[in-house]
Design a protein around this ligand. Sequence first.
Ligand code: MG
Ligand code: MG
Length: 279
Amino acid sequence: MRRARRPRGVTVKTPEQLQLMRAAGLVVGRTLEKLTAAVRPGISTGDLDALAEESIRSQGGIPSFLGYHGFTGSICASVGPEVVHGIPLPDRVLADGELISIDCGAIVAGWHGDAAVTVAVGECAPELLHLSAVTEQSMWAGLRAVRDGGRLSDIGAAVEGVVRPHGYGLVDGYTGHGIGTAMHEPPSVPNTAPEGPGRGMALEPGIVLAVEPMVTLGSPDVTELEDGWTVVTLDGRAAAHWEHTVAVTPNGPWVLTALDGGVSGLTPTPGLDPGRPRT
Ligand code: MG
Ligand code: MG
């Protein structure tokens, strides 16, 4: 079968370049691990931001979000009804029972890594924990679809396959993306596949993508706050956001921002994976 033509601007990385992207990915992965451990009631999103910048710089990285179109943080910290792009602030103190999404990016030797986690602050309601768990599972289903011979819409189809049965909202208008020497490269990576899998750009070794489902408890409709950044749900209900940077390799997906390369997350856990992916 002939491959579909590669869209304009999509770059294919060499194995050597993937190693450099792995270094950036590890900086992001280690930073998010530290931030996850630091989340607790009473800490501010500004405190988390300071921890992130220190972690990234101490590993020889540059925080890619800082100064990006004027963004003032090294992380995006999106709490409760905030979906993505929340600005970390010293007076935004986390409270018990909130859900926070932390998005983090770093540059090492000119190459980018980008990942996000959603973390419970103290004791969260079961419905919030479930929302986050399903969102994470949908991300892993999407990551599993990032393989040689696949097509771009396989990712959105896999994400939807996990999220839809739960009746949650999938935020439209915000997508994953290609990534390399820029944080955002073509193509856009939608979290839905209206025409099903098997459509769009062919996935081949050296393609690197950020897969990042944004999932809401209620309606998927969102709006941007007057700060020009923070995206919130219109109905004020909670959202979750998970993200990893992943490379297509001849041996399957390599999750560059996962400390174990994605080995554990890519292995479906029976009974825990509501949308068992096609293999
Ligand atoms: Mg991100
Ligand atoms: Mg991203």
